[in-house]
Design a protein around this ligand. Structure first.
Ligand SMILES: *[C@@H]1O[C@H](CO)[C@@H](O)[C@H](O)[C@H]1NC(C)=O
Ligand SMILES: *[C@@H]1O[C@H](CO)[C@@H](O)[C@H](O)[C@H]1NC(C)=O
Ligand SMILES: *[C@@H]1O[C@H](CO)[C@@H](O)[C@H](O)[C@H]1NC(C)=O
Ligand SMILES: *[C@@H]1O[C@H](CO)[C@@H](O)[C@H](O)[C@H]1NC(C)=O
Ligand SMILES: *[C@@H]1O[C@H](CO)[C@@H](O)[C@H](O)[C@H]1NC(C)=O
Length: 392
C-alpha cells in the first residue's frame, strides 16, 4: 500500500472518536487580518541567535526562556513512546543510541544540539530525537505569490503532530498543542547584522520557514514517497552518510546562499536523506518555485509564469501533477481561495485569509507565517482551529 494511504488510514483510526465528517470545508475566509478571533491563539516572540558565538552557546537565551515548554514537549513524546512500547525500552534506546548519533551530525548542528541539551537539562538523545522528528511527520501548506507590482509574498501553515496522540476530550493533537508554546521567531545575526530570519520551534536547529531579507524566502514541506525518508535515515544510522538532512540544508541555504538562483541550485542538486518539497521565492518578478525532490535529485520545478497566468505556486504534500489524496485535499480549497483573491488583491491580509480557511487551517496547524522579501518582513501567528475542524 502507498505509505501515505497507510499513514492516513492509521491516523483515521486514531481519531474515530472525533465527530467530524471529512472533508470539512468552508467558504474562503475574509477579514481575518490583522489576526483576531478564535483561530488566533497569540503572537510569536522574537529572539536573536548570534552566529558569532560558539555553536554550543548560540541557543542559550532561547532555551533558558523556553526550557519548561521544551521539557513538557519531550515528556509528551516519551509518554506516547511508552504508551506504544510500555516497557520503556523505546526511550531507553533513544537515550543510549541517539547520543552516539549526534557525533555523526555535521557542525554547527552537532555542537548546537549539544548546547541545547546542556542548557535545558534534557538528555542529549532526546534532544536529537526532537530534532529528527520533523523530518518525518510534517504536513503543511506553502504558497508564493506575485502581486501586480512584482513583489513576492510567501505564506505558510506549519501543520505538525499527525498520529501523535489524539486528545479525545480537547479534540486536539497532543503534540501539536505542546508545540505551540515552543514557536519562536529567530533573528540570526553576524557582526550584529541580520543574516536571515525564521519561524521555528525552540530546541530545533534546522529550518522549515525562513527569509533572507531582500534576497529570498524559503519553506520546506514533507513529501511522502516510496523512495522514502526512512530508508535514508536508516542508512545514516548504519553508517552510510552521503545525504544531507533536509532541514539542515534549508538552514545552510538561508545562511550561505546569496541569491535566488544560488539557493535554487543548492536545493535542487544537494543529495538528501529523504524526499521533500522546497518552496522558494526570490526578489524579482517571476522568481517563485516549488522544487519537488527525490533523495537524489530534483524531479520537477514548477515556477511562477505570468505569461501563462500562473501568478502563484502552491504546495501541500502531494506532487502537483497528481491528485492529492482524497482524504487530505488542502490544495483545492487553497487554490480556490487564491483564485478568488486574484493577483490584483494579493497581500499579507488576503494571504492570511487563504491560510485561515478550513481545511487549509486544521487541527495540526501550529503557526502561520507571512513573508515579504522586498521589505525583509516576517510575521507569524500561533493558530487554533475550533470545532468543527478537520483533524488534518
Ligand atoms: C485540554 O484543554 C484544557 C482546557 O482548555 C487544558 O487545560 C488542558 O491543558 C488541555 N489538555 C491538553 C493535553 O492540551
Ligand atoms: C547592534 O545593533 C543594535 C541596533 O541595530 C545597536 O543598538 C547595538 O548597539 C549594536 N551592538 C553592537 C555591539 O554593535
Ligand atoms: C536581489 O538579489 C540579488 C542577489 O542577491 C541582489 O543583487 C539584488 O540587489 C536584489 N534586488 C533587490 C531589489 O533587492
Ligand atoms: C485556479 O486557477 C488555475 C489557473 O487558472 C486553474 O488551473 C485551477 O484549476 C484553479 N483552481 C481552482 C481550485 O479553482
Ligand atoms: C479587490 O480589492 C478591491 C479594492 O479593495 C475590491 O473593490 C475588489 O472587490 C476586490 N476584488 C476581489 C476579487 O476580492
Amino acid at each position: 500500500m502507498d505509505p501515505c494511504v497507510y499513514l492516513f488510514l492509521a491516523s483515521l483510526l486514531s481519531v474515530t472518536s472525533a465527530q467530524f465528517i471529512p472533508p470539512y470545508t468552508e467558504d474562503c475566509r475574509t477579514e481575518m487580518y490583522p489576526p483576531n478571533g478564535p483561530t488566533f491563539r497569540g503572537p510569536v516572540s522574537w529572539y536573536t541567535v548570534d552566529l558569532d558565538l560558539p555553536a554550543s552557546k548560540r541557543w542559550t537565551a532561547v532555551i533558558t526562556e523556553k526550557k519548561t515548554d521544551l521539557v513538557n514537549m519531550i515528556q509528551a513524546i516519551k509518554d506516547l513512546a511508552n504508551a506504544f512500547v510500555p516497557s520503556g525500552r523505546l526511550i531507553e534506546l533513544v537515550d543510549i543510541t541517539l547520543p552516539l548519533m549526534v557525533e555523526t551530525l555535521p557542525n554547527p548542528f552537532r555542537e548546537e544540539i549539544k548546547g541545547i541539551a546542556t542548557v535545558s537539562g534534557v538528555p542529549l538523545g532526546e534532544v536529537v530525537l526532537f530534532n529528527i522528528f520533523y523530518e518525518v511527520f510534517t504536513v503543511c501548506t506553502s504558497v508564493v505569490a506575485e502581486d501586480h507590482k512584482g513583489n513576492l509574498i510567501h505564506g505558510r501553515n506549519l501543520d505538525f503532530g499527525l498520529f501523535m496522540g489524539w486528545d479525545v476530550k480537547n479534540k486536539s493533537w497532543i503534540i501539536s498543542e505542546k508545540l505551540k508554546p515552543l514557536v519562536v521567531n529567530l533573528d540570526f545575526k553576524r557582526n550584529n547584522q541580520t543574516v536571515f530570519k525564521s519561524t521555528n520551534f525552540a530546541g530545533y536547529v534546522g529550518m522549515l520557514t525562513g527569509i533572507k531579507p531582500h534576497t529570498f524566502t524559503l519553506t520546506m514541506n514533507e513529501r511522502f514517497s516510496l523512495d522514502g525518508g526512512y530508508v535514508g535515515i536508516l542508512e545514516w544510522i548504519l553508517g552510510q552518510r552521503d545525504g544531507m538532512w533536509m532541514s539542515f540544508l534549508t538552514r545552510s541555504v538561508l545562511e550561505n546562499a546569496n541569491s535566488y538562483d544560488e539557493a535554487k541550485k543548492l536545493l535542487a542538486q544537494t543529495k538528501l536523506l529523504a524526499p521533500a518539497y522546497f518552496i522558494l521565492g526570490g526578489n524579482q518578478t517571476g522568481q517563485g518555485c516549488v522544487i519537488t525532490r527525490s533523495r537524489i535529485l530534483s524531479i520537477n520545478i514548477l515556477e511562477i509564469d505570468l505569461k501563462l497566468g500562473r501568478w502563484y505556486v502552491l504546495e501541500t504534500n502531494y506532487d502537483h501533477w497528481e491528485e492529492p489524496f482524497f482524504l487530505d485535499d488542502r490544495r483545492t480549497p487553497a487554490m480556490k481561495c487564491m483564485n478568488q483573491t486574484t493577483q490584483a488583491n494579493i497581500s499579507f491580509k488576503t494571504m492570511y485569509d487563504v491560510l485561515s480557511t478550513k481545511p487549509v487551517l486544521n487541527k495540526l496547524t501550529t503557526y502561520t507565517t507571512l513573508m515579504q522579501v522586498s521589505e525583509g518582513k516576517l510575521e507569524s501567528y500561533i493558530r487554533d482551529c475550533p470545532e468543527p475542524c478537520m483533524p488534518w
